[in-house]
Structures are given as C-alpha cells and as structure tokens.
Design a protein around this ligand. Structure first.
Ligand code: UGA
Length: 478
C-alpha cells in the first residue's frame, strides 16, 4: 500500500520506517527542508535505538522516501497519516491543534481517489470530527474518511512497541476505512496483535485514558514511596507485593523522581482541560499532575538532607539527565527541576548523560558537562543518579570514592541497594527504601549540627526546621 506520513518527528519517523519495513511504500513529508535533506542522507534527527538501521535499510530497498512536497505523496496514497506535533498551548494547557488543522487543509488540496486520513498524533476528543469538517469544506468533491489510530510507543523501545504492540486501536466511522487499516496492519494481525475497532471518539479518548492511567500508577507508587521512607518499609517490595496481583500488574510501579517526557505531562494536562470543558472533571488526574510537579523539585531537598541540610558551596554530580534512559529527550525531564532547585539552594552542578547532553545544554546552561561518570564525580560532595542508564548500574565505587570530596550516593531510581553501597563506604539514600544512615542508626542530625556550627554558615531557619522535622520523623534522634 502507498502511505504518506505527514510530520517526521518521533511518531512519524518511527511509524513511517516500520510501515515501510512491513513492505508498504512510504513517503515521509516534512516542511523542514534541512531535516528532509538530512534524512535523505541517512542522518536521523532523534536518538532511538534501531531507527537508524531501519531507515537506512528501507530507503535502500526503495520502500521509504522523504519529501518536502505533499502533492505526489498524498495524491497517490491509500492512507495519509497526520503525525505532526500537538504541544501544550501556551497559557491554557489545551493541546495546540494548529499544526493538525493546517496539515488537514494542505492534504485536502491534494486528494485524488478515496483516501483514508489517519490522525496518529495524540489529539483531544472531537479532533477527527474537525479534521473531517475542514477537509469537507475545502474539498466538497473529495472521497475520503477520517480515522483515529493513536500510537502507544515508548521512546527508547518504539520500534519494538510498533512491531509487537499490546493492541492497535482504530477508531473509524466508514467501513471502507476499516478495510484499508486492516490491510495496513495485516503483518501485525498475522502476529496475532489484537486490533480494536471502535468509534473515532472512543479511540481518541482511549489514548488519553491510557497515558493518564499510567501516570496515575507511577504517581501512586511515588506517594507510597514517601510513606515507606517515613515508616521504614521498602517500596520495591510493596510494588512487587501488589504487582503480582494480575489485576494490578508489576509494570509502571517503579518509584522515582516523577514522570517526565513529551507525553505524560502534556497529555494529562490536556485530558484535564477537555474534561473541565465537558463538565466531567478528572480529579484523580488533576491530583496526579499536581503531585508530580511538586515531586521533581522536592528531589533536590533529598540531596540537601543527605548532605546535612545545606547545599551552599557544595558540588553535586548528576548522572543521567534525560527523562528516561535510551533517549536524548530532555522534555519535562525531572533533571531540569532537580538541577534548578539544586542551584537555587546554592549548589554547583556537574552532570553526565550518555546521550542527552546536547539537548540538556539548551535548557540547563549553567551546568558543567563532563565526559564520563568518573570525571563528573571528581571533587563532588554527592553523586545523584537521576536517570537509570544501563552504564550506571555497575559503577566502580572505589574509584569514585577516591576522587569525590565526600562519599554520598542519592539514587533517585533505586538502582542500588543501601547495603552494597554502604560496604563501599558510601552513605545511601534511595526512594522509598531503608537508607544507609537509618540502617546504621547514625544520628545524622548531630553530624549536621557539628559540621555546620551554630553560625558558621548562613543556613536558613526554614531549612533547619524542615531538616529537623524530617530527622524526627525518621526517628534518627533530633
Ligand atoms: C509514554 C507511554 O508509555 C507510551 O505508551 C505512549 O505511547 C507515549 O507515552 C506517548 O504518548 O507517546 P514515554 O513518554 O516514551 O511513553 O515514556 P515512558 O516509558 O512511559 O516513561 C514516562 C516517564 O515515566 C519517564 O519519566 C519514566 O522515568 C517515568 N516512569 C515510568 C517512572 O517513573 N516509573 C515507572 O514505573 C515507569
């Protein structure tokens, strides 16, 4: 089948390359001339494992091409996918649909025979209706159908997710469109991937509901982690204990610094807005977003507490900046809030990330970027794991300890266990787990007071109060 993919962002490029790999004839279209020229040379604008090879292979085989011009791609296609961005609109948090509607108008001009127009971008309920209206108005003569086919790809695992999906959701109103979509996904159907055919509005809402539910799951376990820290329980064991119940499931129960990325924060926000407009407020999702926002910055306080309460004149080494591993994406990454809060509290920040430093430099200019985890840790008062990249799972603690000013590890992804790190002479603070100083029953508050001295540093009364309250709750003897 001939497919046109409008937009060569993350979703468009991955979907286009995968459809080509299924044997379809795909043209990816983008207005950005430089991007298209680069793609034609085999230069991929995003970091996604396996995408490079997939694009090169299918381009060589003649199934995947790139163009800045819609005319031929749309005119000859059985299906035209709209995969342009839907950023949060400045000011009100609604999804900005201007790119979608512009694409719809441009597609309308080029339609020839019966064509299925598919929205792949995450769009609020009713967008398919509006796309249909725009095209109908521009081209009353055109024969077309509009379908919603949301994507459920995770960055870093997108190709696998596309080729082995848990399900495919197709929202349609015209039987002919259903047939085209069934043909397009036939290779997956043969793999027994469930295809769910629904009404168009149902498909649109399914996407938001899926992301909101996953964000809720993460936020739920993050709050349970906070409680674990206070009562001396282990969140990983709690997560396993509940996750083994099939009705709950073990996935997306990893406590951490809060969710980030280009999807969960934006999509939960957009769902909240839509729900308010329809007078069906989603109070759980509203709470999820609010809790998550506060959480990211609160991680910096965790670092301060581990270092005795103050970060003035302290150097903090951060490992991992991207919102999750195996991507260079910094959008809404918890690291942004963590770094900003650390700097606000007076710390100097050093950072290392295997793929995200170029992107990070744009949003976090006042950071010293380093070439390796070890050069990052040199002279630091604490090491903080923010993103759980594979290469941080077997750090050489003896080497780190030699070059650091003091040996503290704050592990925001629970990569390590307190005992193993303590054996290497490091103090350890994880998320929602027994921490080494609690384990060792070390009265850390005393250390704090003696180190700081009664007036040697200008510690704020508020910081001290918060520290004491925390120490008290943990029972470390304020
Ligand atoms: C998410 C969904 O998982 C995809 O199904 C969906 O297609 C995509 O959004 C989208 O709408 O386009 P993605 O944003 O790539 O995918 O990343 P996730 O792997 O879902 O992680 C999102 C955030 O949640 C990350 O910051 C991650 O660290 C955090 N997370 C995830 C946790 O803190 N704990 C977990 O247990 C899982």
């Amino acid at each position: 089948m001939r497919v046109a993919m409008i937009g060569t962002g993350y979703v468009g490029l991955v979907s286009g390359a995968c459809f080509a790999d299924f044997g379809h004839d795909v043209t990816c279209v983008d207005k950005d001339k430089e991007k298209i020229a680069a793609l034609e040379r085999g230069v991929i604008p995003i970091y996604e494992p396996g995408l490079d090879d997939l694009v090169k292979h299918n381009s060589r085989e003649g199934r995947l091409s790139f163009s800045v011009d819609l005319t031929e791609a749309v005119g000859s296609a059985a299906a035209v996918f709209i995969a342009v961005g839907t950023p949060s609109r400045r000011g009100d948090g609604h999804a900005d649909l201007s790119y979608i509607y512009r694409a719809a108008r441009e597609i309308a001009e080029k339609l020839r025979d019966f064509t299925v127009i598919v929205t792949k971008s995450t769009v609020p309920v009713g967008t398919g209706d509006e796309v249909e209206r725009i095209i109908r108005e521009a081209r009353p003569d055109a024969d077309f159908a509009v379908v919603s086919n949301p994507e459920f790809l995770r960055e870093g695992a997108a190709i696998r997710d596309f080729k082995h999906p848990d399900r495919i959701v197709v929202g349609f109103e015209d039987e002919r469109a259903r047939e085209v979509m069934a043909e397009l996904y036939r290779p997956l159907y043969l793999n027994a991937a469930p295809i769910l055919y629904t009404g168009r509005r149902t498909a649109e809402l399914t996407k938001y509901a899926a992301n909101a539910f996953l964000a809720t799951k993460i936020t739920f376990i993050n709050e349970i982690a906070d409680l674990c820290e206070k009562i001396g329980a282990d969140v990983q064991e709690v997560a396993r204990g509940i996750g083994l119940d099939n009705r709950i499931g073990t996935k997306f129960l990893h406590a951490g610094p809060g969710f980030g990325g280009s999807c969960f924060p934006k999509d939960t926000q957009a769902l909240i807005k839509t729900a308010q407009d329809y007078a069906a407020p989603q109070r759980i999702v509203e709470a999820v977003l609010a809790v998550n926002d506060v959480r990211k910055r609160a991680m910096a306080r965790k670092v301060a507490i581990a270092l005795g309460g103050s970060l003035r004149n302290k150097t903090i080494a951060l490992l991992g900046l991207t919102f999750k591993p195996n991507t260079d994406d910094m959008r809404e990454a918890p690291a942004i809030s963590v770094v900003t809060a650390l700097q606000d509290m007076g710390a100097t920040v050093h950072a290392y990330d295997p793929a995200g430093m170029d992107q990070a430099k744009k949003v976090l200019p006042d950071v010293t970027y380093c070439d390796t985890p070890y050069s990052c840790a040199e002279g630091a008062d604490a090491l903080v794991i923010v993103t759980e990249w594979e290469q941080f799972r077997a750090l050489d603690f003896a080497r780190l300890k030699k070059s650091m000013k003091s040996a503290h590890l704050i592990d925001l992804r629970n990569v390590y266990r307190a005992e193993e790190v303590a054996r290497q002479g490091f103090s350890y603070d994880g998320i929602g787990r027994p921490n080494s100083h609690v384990l060792n029953d070390e009265p850390r508050v005393v250390t704090w007071l003696s180190a700081a001295g009664p007036s040697s540093h200008a510690e704020s009364a508020r910081e001290l109060e918060a520290f004491l309250a925390h120490a008290d709750e943990r029972g470390v003897g304020a």
